[in-house]
Write a protein that binds this ligand. Structure first.
Ligand SMILES: C[S@@+](CC[C@H](N)C(=O)[O-])C[C@H]1O[C@@H](n2cnc3c(N)ncnc32)[C@H](O)[C@@H]1O
Length: 382
């Protein structure tokens, strides 16, 4: 068994839920530690590079080198750690609540004149090519135990940015970030097959899904969005050399409340962000938020009902609904009631792990007043 350190992204609990849902359908594992910024997982060898590529919410993945008597470990192994490092003049240590002096002191004692930069972000690690030219060590304190690890892979924000703002067609105010698209796909625990987005917009979710090997389908009532989505998918196909057949036939102009009239196939996975109401410049008053949600609820109910008509019996739906911060607290759609009405059941991927967390999952974006609530659903067993 090996232990791996996962440095969680800006929404740690959502990143942890994503990781667990992803691993659950791929390998046996045990959560060894679960702290706010990181978790440690024990499993057999993981294809860490694929994991890093596929996850949306992970910043760094490392392997645990030692978790007992770290000073002795560093004394005995620092030459080995630096042996094949091309540029020994500079390395990085990221510390999660403890002191790295014992490592730098030991290096000096052993004659390794290396400048240490503390707590480099994943962006700086990529920019400075730290993993290609040098190393990053991780020090992670969990209760009485400190884990020493070595970073294996980091999230590449430039690749995600390219697919977000470097694609041919954009609608930045309405688009869902690639990071969140991946998180939503992975929360389902579905690995492949047909993925449908019935409110596809410019195709952000479909782009990420196609890159992960799903056979994508989309629907939108806005013809301009359909054209944009097709253009974006063709760009992804060329840019990343992935296989997407007959893009034009798979993305259709139509209403999500009548999905089954446009698609006669069954989807294993539906991942979608419907209309979330008007773009707000400030937090709404409670009454205003209530009105927005009321106006949207019939669209959600009818389209969810339709989604169940094209969903495989063991399929999943991952859908964003809006939530607002008001003077009287947060208000959102009661998804338990909506799921009940539409023959669905809400899933919490963390439920069986007894991890304290707020549920449903919320995701905040600074530039938006609308908070995204992420709902994972399956058909209710009869
Ligand atoms: C929040 S946007 C989706 C954005 C998309 N995830 C993206 O990243 O581009 C919602 C989309 O739903 C579409 N829409 C609204 N009502 C619809 C309906 N009844 N059926 C299908 N699409 C609809 C809108 O045209 C809009 O493109």
């Amino acid at each position: 068994m090996n232990q791996f350190i996962f440095i969680l992204g800006k929404n740690p609990i959502l990143s942890l839920a994503e990781l667990i849902a992803y691993l659950e359908v791929r390998c046996e594992f045990r959560i060894v530690e679960n702290m706010n910024e990181f978790c440690i997982i024990e499993t057999h060898q993981l294809p860490v590079n694929i994991l890093m590529k596929n996850l949306g919410g992970m910043l760094k993945i490392g392997c645990v080198l030692a978790s007992e008597d770290l000073e002795k470990y560093v004394q005995e192994n620092c030459m080995e750690l630096f042996k094949n490092v091309p540029d020994k003049s500079f390395f990085s240590i990221s510390c999660f609540s403890n002191d790295a002096d014992f490592i730098t002191d030991e290096l000096k004692r052993q004659g390794i004149e290396s400048r240490c930069k503390l707590n480099m972000t994943h962006t700086d690690i990529v920019k400075n090519r730290i993993l290609e030219n040098s190393i990053e060590l991780l020090l992670c304190k969990a209760g009485d135990r400190i884990y020493l690890g070595k970073t294996l892979y980091v999230h590449n924000p430039f690749e995600f940015k390219k697919r977000d703002i470097g694609r041919p067609e954009q609608r930045s105010m309405y688009s869902i970030p690639p990071r969140l698209c991946r998180i939503m796909i992975n929360l389902s625990g579905i690995k492949n097959g047909i993925l449908l987005d019935p409110f596809c917009g410019t195709g952000s979710i479909l782009q990420e899904a196609a890159m992960m090997g799903f056979d994508v389908r989309g629907l939108d009532t806005d013809r301009k969005c359909i054209e944009a989505c097709i253009k974006n998918l063709k760009w992804i196909k060329k840019e990343y050399r992935i296989k997407i057949d007959s893009v034009g036939d798979k993305i259709k102009h139509g209403d999500a409340r009548k999905i089954s009239t446009f698609f006669n196939e069954q989807a294993g996975l539906i991942v979608t962000e419907p209309d979330l109401g008007p773009a707000l410049k400030r937090n709404p008053k409670f009454r205003e938020a209530e009105r927005i949600l009321k106006n949207l609820s019939s669209l959600y109910e009818t389209s969810l009902k339709e989604m169940t008509n094209v969903l495989k019996p063991d399929g999943k739906i991952v859908m964003v609904t809006p939530c607002f911060e008001t003077e009287s607290g947060q208000i959102g759609i009661d998804m338990k009631i909506l799921a009940e009405k539409t023959g669905l059941h809400i899933i919490d991927p963390l439920e069986k792990y007894k991890i304290a967390h707020n549920f449903p999952f919320l995701d905040y974006e600074e530039r938006h007043r609308t908070i995204r609530q992420i709902n994972v659903m399956e058909l209710r067993r009869k």
